[in-house]
Ligand binder design. Structure first.
Ligand SMILES: [Cu+2]
Length: 145
C-alpha cells in the first residue's frame, strides 16, 4: 500500500488498525460521552441536562458496569432505562445475576434520552454496595417570558 492510499483509508480503518497491531493507545478515553466510569464510580456522578437531551455513558474503566435506573427514583411518567434495555429494575437485576446481563465492557457505550424533567437516580448493579451511583437531573431552563 502506498502512503497516499494509507492516508486516504486510515480514518475509516482506525479501529481495525488498532486492533490489528495491538496498539493500546492512551488509557484516557477521548470519545464522545457525558459520563465515564472508574473502578467504582460514575464520573461525573451528577449531570444536569435539558428535556430531550441524550446522555451517553461510556465504560472508561476495565471493570464491567451497568447503568441501571432505580425504578422508584425517577420522575413519574418517565421511561425506565437500563443497559441491556430492560424495562424494570427487577428485570435488570435478575438478568445480571443470571449472566451479567446489561454489562458494559470496557469501551462500551450506552445512551438514553431524557424527556421528563426531574431527578433520575441510577446505579451500577455489581458495584451498588460500594456506592457506585449517579443522578441525572433534567431541568427545562428555557426562559419563560
Ligand atoms: Cu460498576
Amino acid at each position: 500500500m502506498n502512503r497516499r492510499t494509507f492516508l486516504a483509508t486510515g480514518v475509516g480503518l482506525a479501529t481495525t488498525a488498532l486492533a490489528g497491531c495491538g496498539a493500546q493507545g492512551s488509557a484516557e478515553p477521548t470519545g464522545d460521552f457525558d459520563v465515564g466510569m472508574s473502578t467504582d464510580a460514575f464520573r461525573p456522578a451528577t449531570l444536569t441536562v435539558e428535556p430531550g437531551e441524550t446522555v451517553v455513558w461510556q465504560n472508561t474503566s476495565k471493570q464491567g458496569h451497568t447503568v441501571t435506573a432505580y425504578e422508584d427514583e425517577i420522575p413519574a411518567g418517565a421511561e425506565y432505562f437500563a443497559t441491556g434495555g430492560f424495562d424494570s429494575q427487577s428485570a435488570a437485576e435478575a438478568a445480571w445475576i443470571d449472566g451479567t446481563g446489561g454489562r458494559l465492557a470496557q469501551g462500551d457505550t450506552y445512551e438514553h434520552t431524557f424527556e421528563v424533567p426531574g431527578e433520575y437516580n441510577y446505579f451500577c448493579i455489581p458495584h451498588e454496595t460500594v456506592g457506585m451511583a449517579g443522578v441525572v437531573t433534567v431541568v427545562d431552563s428555557t426562559p419563560t417570558e
